[in-house]
Design a protein around this ligand. Structure first.
Ligand SMILES: [Zn+2]
Length: 128
C-alpha cells in the first residue's frame, strides 16, 4: 500500500513507511531527510503520468508518493461529522471545515454559507 494520491491534499499528514520503495536516488534522498515511521505534513501533491511528486512542508525538493502511507482518520480518533446540506436561508453549504480538535463547546467543525454569511458550528454525529 501507499498513499492515495487523489485524496491527499494540502495540510494532510502522511507517514514515511516505505524507505525501500522508489528509485535508489529517491531512497537516498528520503533517508537523508526523513525518519521512518514519522508523520509529515503535505504541502502539495503533483501527479505526473508515470510518478507522483510529494512536496512536504519544510522540504523544498519533492519525494516519491510510493514512500508514504496516508494516516487514516480513525487513527487520529476524529469524531464523525454529519454536515447539514442546506443553510436556513435555503442555499447549500458549499464550504465545510473540520476543527483540528473539538473546541470547549464540543463542536468539531463548521459550515460556512457564503450567501447569508452564516457560520454554523457542528457537533459530532449523535447515535440514534
Ligand atoms: Zn445561508
Amino acid at each position: 500500500m501507499s498513499m492515495d494520491i487523489h485524496k491527499t491534499i494540502h495540510g494532510d499528514y502522511v507517514k514515511f513507511t516505505h524507505p525501500t520503495a522508489g528509485h535508489e536516488h529517491q531512497q537516498k534522498y528520503a533517508a537523508q531527510h526523513l525518519i521512518v515511521g514519522n508523520e509529515y505534513q503535505i504541502d502539495k501533491v503533483v501527479v505526473h503520468s508515470w510518478h507522483t511528486e510529494v512536496f512536504l512542508k519544510d522540504h523544498k525538493e519533492p519525494f516519491n508518493s510510493v514512500s508514504f502511507d496516508n494516516i487514516p482518520m480513525f487513527e487520529k480518533e476524529l469524531p464523525e461529522i454529519t454536515y447539514p446540506a442546506q443553510c436556513s436561508c435555503g442555499h447549500l453549504f458549499l464550504e465545510k471545515y473540520r476543527l483540528s480538535e473539538p473546541n470547549k463547546n464540543g463542536e468539531v467543525g463548521f459550515c460556512w454559507c457564503g450567501f447569508c454569511q452564516t457560520k454554523l458550528m457542528i457537533k459530532p454525529a449523535q447515535n440514534p
